[in-house]
Design a protein around this ligand. Structure first.
Ligand code: 3Y8
Ligand code: NAP
Length: 244
């Protein structure tokens, strides 16, 4: 049967896959959750919004005769990834994850690895610091239990509601980011500490290079555990998998 792919997107890798799939003339649809006001355009038909849990995704797979699912979501989009594993197993639709590897500390890095967002907040106990929270918007409420700090927040969209943190500055910007830009941000805001997710990939790595150059500590949040599934590292591997 002629392939008809569902790409679960929202990352640099997903966009690279969409370009390759479009160039090969493969039938595919690209899916966003609808988290930001103006998601990057894609060279494929795009759908935006949740599917409605596992059952909603199962219905989508059947109704659109999807032959393959590529989960190219972010390593921290754990719920979407879990739903994809369950729905594809139930419908007998092949699934692969296009996943970039985690960052590893190198010479000059001062990382404090924590298991999750809650432990990152716990790591902020103590005297007031100037903290760069490079976590986006969805994880901010957890940090209200550490209100003593001055936070610099980087958000994709300007906030449309008051932020939950009493003492914060907002920088509205979307990645991929540059080392020069992140060096300037850390210096201009006199940052003492960076908090981020171990997202991997190149789109969010600049802040780690900048922190290393400035000798700043980093609280690094490890990835959530995901269910077992086939994981591939490159677009070429995924196209080969579809071809087979
Ligand atoms: C909506 C769709 C591409 C994809 C680009 C990548 C790189 C630039 C770096 C920092 C870290 C953060 C955040 C980040 C990066 C890429 C990639 C990546 C981190 C867009 C996009 C969508 C989102 C959702 C957004 C989250 C937020 C997380 C900001 C598009 C721009 C912090 C993750 O305001 C919100 O609600 C934002 C929510 C989920 C995490 C959070 O919890 O707030 N991504 N980001 C996707 C959808 O609707 O399905 O417009 O491109 C995509 C990208 N953001 O094709 O070029 O591949 O990761 N995204 C993190 O890594 O910690 C910023 O500031 O240093
Ligand atoms: P999540 O917590 O794993 O998913 C929550 C719900 O959002 C899912 O159950 C699903 O709703 C919907 N959803 C998530 N990704 C979707 C997609 N690509 N297409 C359609 N529905 C989707 O997801 P998240 O962490 O909020 O991430 C949302 C989006 O932002 C994803 O595209 C992800 O790749 C991107 N992103 C996330 C991060 C991050 O730090 N989390 C970073 C960069 C990019 P239903 O249950 O209703 O189907």
């Amino acid at each position: 049967m002629r392939p008809n792919l569902l790409i679960l997107g929202g990352t640099t890798e997903a966009s690279a896959l969409a370009r390759a799939v479009s160039e090969q003339g493969l039938r595919a649809v690209f899916s966003y959750a609808g988290r930001v006001a103006a998601p990057k355009s894609q060279p494929l038909p795009v759908r935006v919004g949740g599917f409605g849990g596992v059952d909603g995704l199962r219905t989508y797979l059947r109704d659109h005769s999807i032959t393959h699912v590529i989960d190219a979501t972010h390593p921290f989009a754990a719920q979407m990834s879990r739903n994809a594993v369950a729905a594809c197993a139930a419908e007998g639709v092949p699934l692969v994850a296009l996943q970039r590897s985690a960052w590893k500390p190198g010479a000059g890095d001062d990382w404090h690895a924590v298991a999750d967002i809650e432990r990152a907040v716990a790591a902020l106990a103590g005297a007031r610091k100037r903290v760069f929270l490079a976590l986006g918007r969805l994880n901010l409420p957890a940090f209200t239990t550490a209100p003593q700090h001055h936070y610099v927040l980087r958000l994709v969209d300007a906030p449309d509601a008051p932020l939950p943190l009493p003492d914060c500055t907002v920088v509205v910007d979307r990645g991929p980011f540059s080392v020069a830009g992140d060096l300037a941000l850390l210096r201009d805001h006199e940052i003492d500490l960076v908090v981020c997710k171990n997202s991997g990939g190149a789109g969010a790595e600049a802040k780690l290079v900048a922190a290393r150059q400035l000798g700043l500590p980093v609280v690094m949040i490890d990835r959530p555990k995901l269910p077992g599934r086939l994981e591939l590292a490159t677009v070429a591997d995924v196209l080969g998998w579809v071809g087979n």
